[in-house]
Design a binder for this molecule. Structure first.
Ligand SMILES: C[S@@+](CC[C@H](N)C(=O)[O-])C[C@H]1O[C@@H](n2cnc3c(N)ncnc32)[C@H](O)[C@@H]1O
Length: 231
């Protein structure tokens, strides 16, 4: 099963130690299936709002990951056709990783807020990869006082993705920043090229918004203008 660079990067950021991993907005469930095959956690949950997708996925999982072989060869799996704002991980107990990738940062902001409001006593890490509106998402994570575990910037098929791993556990003092910190630190020349191209593209986007719409995004432009990338 080929995941592609973005999903491979997400998979590589999944640590051990979770009781439940949720592949949310899972579409065909590629990432969750890869985690299932690796027994990344005792339970892997697949959630999407489109029922036909979930029916097809359930059939595939039954075929490739038979329930009777669970625990020996792969994790237990669970499929839900559901709006992810309604997730109730609290009912299951244990430690959760909720992955939300491939949708906009505006939507992810709502999902994270709703999940945390409905599950206030559950230990939850979120692995987030928005397609757009990264700044909005960061503002929400800051407002929720989530702690940063790691952040990565990648380029895949001519698009850039910020990936954030954050936690509602307050045992770290590392906070989420408005535009990111370590994503601007290049490890080599190729990294530096990618980082500067992403920064230019982001600034160009917000300058266009400022010119062509009613929205006042000067604060965002100022924030990205003061980013200093290092190599
Ligand atoms: C582009 S796919 C992302 C697939 C995969 N996560 C990835 O990163 O490649 C977006 C998916 O989000 C699902 N989705 C959108 N809003 C949702 C919601 N409120 N609850 C659950 N799934 C939702 C859509 O049905 C669609 O399958």
């Amino acid at each position: 099963m080929r995941l592609g660079k973005r999903l491979e990067q997400l998979k590589s950021m999944v640590d051990s130690g979770y009781d439940h991993i949720w592949d949310c907005c899972c579409d065909h469930g590629l990432l969750g299936a890869a985690l299932l095959a690796e027994c990344a956690a005792p339970n892997v949950h697949f959630v999407d709002i489109v029922s036909e997708l979930m029916q097809q996925l359930e059939q595939k999982l039954k075929r490739f990951f038979p329930r009777e072989n669970a625990s020996q060869n792969h994790s237990q799996w669970h499929v839900y056709c559901e709006d992810i704002s309604n997730l109730q991980p609290q009912e299951l107990g244990g430690k959760h990783l909720i992955i939300i990738a491939g949708v906009g940062g505006n939507l992810i902001s709502e999902f994270v807020k709703n999940i945390l409001t409905k599950n206030p006593t559950t230990e939850i890490d979120f692995l987030l990869c928005p397609t757009l509106h990264q700044y909005t998402l960061r503002q929400q994570l800051i407002a929720l006082d989530l702690r940063l575990k790691s952040e990565v910037l990648i380029a895949d098929k001519n698009r850039y993705y910020e990936i954030l791993l954050v936690s509602n556990l307050k045992n770290s003092s590392l906070k989420v920043s408005a535009t990111g910190e370590s994503i601007w630190q290049a490890k080599n020349a190729a990294d530096e090229k990618m980082i500067s191209a992403y920064l230019l593209k982001t600034l160009a986007h917000y300058n266009r918004v400022q010119l062509n719409s009613q929205l006042d995004v000067r604060q965002i432009i100022d924030a990205y203008s003061s980013v200093k990338f290092t190599s």
